[in-house]
Write a protein of this length. Structure first.
Length: 448
């Protein structure tokens, strides 16, 4: 693989350089404003130590981190807005974008909830009240409304009887009854005005309102006391009539179907806000975010860059770091002949795993009379701090295991100095070449 460039100190953003392109068309993001993505890349690189140390990130990595930070900020703010406005948004259309808009809270959902109380109280609600009837037979007091009505008219669905019409007409219907108005006071007043010969139902007197109410109350009290024996008992939709019927007639009642009341899906729910997942909030426009929000975004994006690079001093592994295993020769157990060569193969110490940045060249194939021979060179960049922590000294001839292959170290470079100070070596860079596994003796190789 060819050498990939790392941070060179400058960047020039072009549309399409970010993974998703959410903000590429926003001039505050892609232009030259104080909070543009290129200004962020320059600031973040310097916060990571550039130019004293090399920053092993490309401009695309900075762009991706900045885009992710803006999206995360949008998500955090929108989650708060959705939580704050969800009751007002539920049931509303999902077609309009509410980002950066003021939402006026309403009683919509509260009214929807209160309608359920209205259903139970019989003063409104969202459940239809229906009317049914059963035939009352003379001499029979008990009737099963489930078998006589629900199984027939509601296909066996459970019903709940809300009212039985066993009482007489309302008192106001009897208000102008010719006999209800006959009493000594009324007759005396009619006679006094010369209207005594008229029917009592034709009143020529303007009475105060309380007189009408008193008369209605008197009629209701009369019905309650003198007709109280006419009643019923209702248990599990089995009704018992009192007193025992002496004639055939129809008994009417109002009811609701329990499945209608228990159904939580009322009305059309297509294209409506149901929960936090489809509330109409999109990514925020970068240009509309204030400086307070943009400062949060920059710090979050910088943290993402640090996550990519890792921090050996804080013992945090970076995402871009790959792990390799270094094998070193065990001199005590490796026997040599008179020429200084290992007669029975090399003996190796246990491998040590380290994190590093790898730059591998493309494979090169050399074909001769013995067949194709695969060749490859690779550069392994270790943080010096991690090498010291592992208590090893990387040397020429050591073998590095990476990508199911072994590379023998042929050169070392340790000239990356922090601030030019010789005692502040920053990295150990080893260059190795691909080595045949059979010549190492680290693993057993099947031969034919």
């Amino acid at each position: 693989m060819p050498q990939l460039p790392i941070w060179s100190g400058t960047s020039t953003f072009k549309s399409g350089n970010t993974p998703y392109g959410f903000y590429d068309s926003d001039s505050d993001f892609s232009g030259s404003s104080a909070h543009s993505v290129d200004r962020f890349a320059d600031w973040a690189a310097k916060r990571l130590g550039y130019p004293i140390i090399d920053i092993e990130l490309q401009s695309g990595s900075f762009y991706a981190c900045y885009e992710e930070a803006i999206t995360e900020y949008s998500a955090q703010v929108n989650q708060f807005n959705i939580k704050d406005n969800l009751l007002s948004l539920q049931g509303q259309s999902t077609g309009s974008n509410l980002t950066h808009r003021t939402v006026t809270n309403s009683f919509g959902r509260f009214i929807t909830l209160s309608e359920q109380y209205g259903t139970e109280a019989g003063v409104g609600g969202t459940v239809d009240f229906k009317t049914g009837s059963v035939d009352i037979v003379s001499g029979s007091q008990q009737y099963d409304l489930n078998s006589l009505y629900a199984n027939v008219s509601e296909s066996g669905n459970a019903i709940e009887v809300r009212k039985v019409y066993y009482e007489g007409p309302a008192a106001v219907n009897k208000y102008f009854d010719p006999y209800a108005g006959v009493n000594q006071n009324n007759m005396n007043m009619l006679d006094a005005f010369g209207w005594g010969n008229y029917s009592p139902s034709i009143q020529f007197l303007m009475m105060p309102m309380y007189a009408d109410l008193l008369r209605i109350q008197a009629i209701e009290l009369n019905d309650q006391i003198r007709k109280s024996a006419y009643s019923f008992e209702l248990t599990n939709n089995k009704i018992r009539i009192f007193p025992k019927p002496v004639s055939n007639y129809k008994l009417y009642f109002s009811y609701l179907v329990k499945d209608d009341r228990g159904n939580p899906l009322k009305g059309s729910n297509v294209g409506r806000v149901s929960d936090i997942s489809n509330a109409p909030y999109d990514n925020m426009e970068f240009k509309h975010i204030n400086d307070v929000g943009k400062q949060w975004i920059k710090k979050y994006a910088l943290a993402l860059c640090k996550e990519l690079l890792g921090d050996s001093f804080a013992n945090k592994e970076g995402i871009i770091n790959q792990e390799v295993t270094i094998y070193q020769i065990n001199e005590r157990e490796t026997s040599t002949d008179m020429y200084g060569e290992s007669a029975s193969g090399k003996a190796w110490k246990d491998g040590v795993s380290l994190k590093c940045l790898i730059d591998a060249e493309d494979f090169d194939f050399n074909t001769d009379e013995f067949g194709a021979d695969r060749q490859q060179n690779a550069t392994f960049s270790f943080l010096r701090e991690s090498v010291l922590d592992a208590n090893i000294v990387v040397a020429l001839g050591d073998v590095i295991n990476w990508n199911y292959a072994y590379f023998t170290i042929s050169s070392l470079n340790e000239n990356q100095l922090i601030g030019g100070m010789q005692n502040q070596n920053f990295s150990v860079i080893a260059t190795g070449y691909l080595t045949r596994l059979s010549s190492l003796g680290i693993e057993n190789v099947r031969t034919y």
